[in-house]
Design a protein around this ligand. Sequence first.
Ligand SMILES: *Cc1c(COP(=O)(O)O)cnc(C)c1O
Length: 381
Amino acid sequence: MKFETLSIHAGQEPDPITGAVMTPIYQTSTYKQDGVGGLRGGYEYSRTGNPTRTALETCLAELEAGQFGLAYASGLAATDNVLRLFAPGDHILAGNDVYGGTFRLFECVFRSYGLDFSYADTTDLEQVTTNLRPNTRLIWLETPTNPLLRVSDISAIAKIARQRSNPPLLAVDNTFATPYLQRPLTLGADLVVHSTTKYLGGHSDVIGGAVIGADIQLRERLAFLQNAVGAVPGPLDCFLILRGIKTLAVRLDRQAENAAMIANLLAAHPKVAQVIYPFHPSHPQVELAHRQMRSGGGMISFILRGGETAARKVVKSTRIFALAESLGGVESLIELPAVMTHASVANSPLAVDPGLVRLSVGIEHIDDLLDDLESALIKVK
Ligand SMILES: *Cc1c(COP(=O)(O)O)cnc(C)c1O
C-alpha cells in the first residue's frame, strides 16, 4: 500500500468489539487477568504496553518501512533510550548542527556517564570517515538539520559505517523530513528517531517521540529500556499523534508548496542576505536533497543583512507567523534560533548566527503568508 493509505490504516483496524472506526483511547493503567498471568490481549500494565500506543507504534513502523516502532513521551525521551544502548567508553559521532536539546542531552547528561561525543560536518563524507574511532558505536545524523537545513547523504554514510570492522549503528533523526519525504531505513540506517511533537502530530497540541528500527534484536533491547526507564506516552497523546499522521501527506504537500514560494520571495528580497531551503537552487546540497527527499519540506531559514537587530524586528512584526518555538504544525511559526530554540548551544561550536530567522511554514493561504512576510520586512532598516 502507498504512504497515504498506510498513514490512515496501518495499525488502525476498526475496533473488533464495537466497530469503532477510530482507534479507541484505552485510558487504563492495568488489565484484568484470567488467572495469574492469563493475559487476554497480551497487556498487563500500561507502562509496558497499551493498545492505543500499539496502534501508533505499528503505524510508525510501517510508515518508516521498519520492523518495529516504539513510542515515547517526547523526542528527547526517545533519543535518551537510544543512548542507553551504549556503555561507558563508547564513542558517538554526531552531526555538528544537531538539535540544541540533543546536544544538551549528549553533553550535559550522557557525557557524565562516560559516553564520549564528537561532532563533524556530516555533509562532508571525508569528515565522517576521519572522525570515526575504533570505539565509535553510533553515528547520529540529522538531515535536514535544525536550523541550517544541511542535507547529509544517508546511504553514503550507512555504507561508510558498514565498511568498518566493528560497524557502528547509524541513527537518523527524521523529525524535519518525516517518512513522507525520506525513509532512512530504506537507505541503510539502523534506527530512525522522531520528535512526533512536530510534523507527525502536526497540530502543535501534543509532545511525543518515537524510535523505529529494522532489526528485531534491537527491538528487544529498546523495548526493555522503554519499559525499564518508563518515559512512555499516555493513550490520549498516542491518539492525537495517530490522528495527526492521517493527514501528514496532504499537510506536508501544502507546506512544501508554500515554503518553495516563500523561499523564492526571500531569495529575491534586498534585505535578505541568504535563504536556506533544501530545494532552492542556491542550497549547497540541492542535488542530494532532490535525490533523497520527495520535497523540500516546510522549514526555511534565512539570514538578514541587518543582522540580529533586523532579525528581532522581523520576528516581532509578523501577524500570521506566530513567534514561537517548535515547528511542523498547520500554523506558520517564526523564531530566532540563536536566542530561542538553540540557546542551549550558545558559546559552543554549534552556536547559530544571531541574524538567522527560522520559519515553520503552515498550510494557510500562500497570499496571506507572502503578504505577512513582505510587510514585516518593510519595517526592517
Ligand atoms: C523538537 C526536536 C527534538 C526533540 O523533541 P521533543 O519532542 O521536543 O522532546 C529532537 N530533534 C529535532 C530535530 C527536533 O526538532
